[in-house]
Ligand binder design. Structure first.
Ligand SMILES: Cc1cc2nc3c(=O)[nH]c(=O)nc-3n(C[C@H](O)[C@H](O)[C@H](O)COP(=O)(O)OP(=O)(O)OC[C@H]3O[C@@H](n4cnc5c(N)ncnc54)[C@H](O)[C@@H]3O)c2cc1C
Length: 248
């Protein structure tokens, strides 16, 4: 029997938080929100005065334990929807959205680890919901996070990730910059490669659950490398955000 389509809901923008020069977090009040799993996303629909509509998917960055939901959107200079969400949207405005969507790219603390979370740019967003959920539940599941950014200015959630990692409860975070790094940068400075995955993530013998999210090219490259290192394909979950991802 065909399932009923998920209804569009009207959400109110409670707050907008500047994360980086290009990324903002939009906190939303969504009446009747049914709850979500870390890793899920919503579809956002914008309607112009002439009736023209544009729709895009955005991952939920907040954990299920929080009221409302939060999205973190990275501005693409020639983007239709991301420019509106990051430049025009204000607290008190309303947005149409539907969700939560996606059940495959999800993790809850009830699942065993260890976890290997690999992000390219805004691909950190659904992984952050998992990391926040892990913290909210007091989980000590060993979790290794590897994030690739173009520059230090692009690092989203930098302070929060550092604070969580400092709790020494099994969370380790590695950042790598692919374009340029400040002189005092203490992370890595190259694209994610085989050696980096091997050194910074649990090996295949530990049977980690791997979640890889970001631009299409990066996700495919990382998933292929993980398999070549001996990780079981059925332990690797991927989410592709964009058509090319060549810029990262
Ligand atoms: C399941 C899912 C979850 C997502 N979650 C997030 C999220 O949490 N945060 C977030 O910022 N984005 C997320 N995205 C990407 C988002 O849906 C849009 O694709 C992105 O915001 C660009 O939309 P736009 O209308 O601004 O650009 P468009 O007008 O659609 O495209 C402008 C230009 O950018 C290129 N492009 C489009 N998308 C990307 C991309 N992601 N990377 C690189 N180039 C691109 C296009 O080819 C085009 O040249 C997600 C995508 C999916 C499928």
């Amino acid at each position: 029997m065909p399932t009923a389509p998920i209804a569009w809901r009207s959400a109110e923008v409670r707050e907008i938080v500047v994360e980086t020069p290009r990324a903002k977090t939009i906190r939303l009040e969504v009446p009747g929100w049914p709850g979500h799993l870390p890793g899920q996303h919503v579809d956002v629909r914008l309607t112009a005065e002439d009736g023209y509509q544009a729709q895009r998917s955005y991952s939920i960055s907040s954990p299920p334990e929080e009221d409302g939901i939060a999205l973190t959107v990275e501005r693409l200079d020639d983007g239709e929807v991301s420019t509106f969400l990051t430049d025009e949207l204000r607290a008190g405005d309303r947005l149409e959205l539907r969700g939560p969507l996606g059940g495959y790219f999800t993790w809850t603390a009830a699942r065993r680890g260890p976890l290997a979370l690999v992000a390219g740019g805004s691909g950190i967003v659904p992984l952050m919901a998992m990391i926040r959920h892990r913290a909210a539940r007091g989980s000590h599941v060993p979790t290794h996070v590897l994030c690739s950014w173009r520059t230090a200015d692009d690092v989203i959630y930098r302070d929060e990730l550092a604070r969580l990692a400092a709790q020494a409860d099994g969370l380790e975070v590695t950042h790598t910059l692919t374009r340029r790094a400040p002189v005092d940068w203490r992370g890595l400075t190259r694209r994610i490669d085989r050696e980096m995955l091997s050194e910074r993530l649990p090996g295949p013998d530990a049977r980690p659950l791997s979640y890889v999210c970001g631009p299409t090219a990066m996700v495919e490259s990382v998933a292929t490398l993980l398999v070549s290192l001996g990780h079981a394909p059925d332990r690797i979950r991927t989410e592709r955000f964009g058509p090319t991802g060549g810029a990262r």
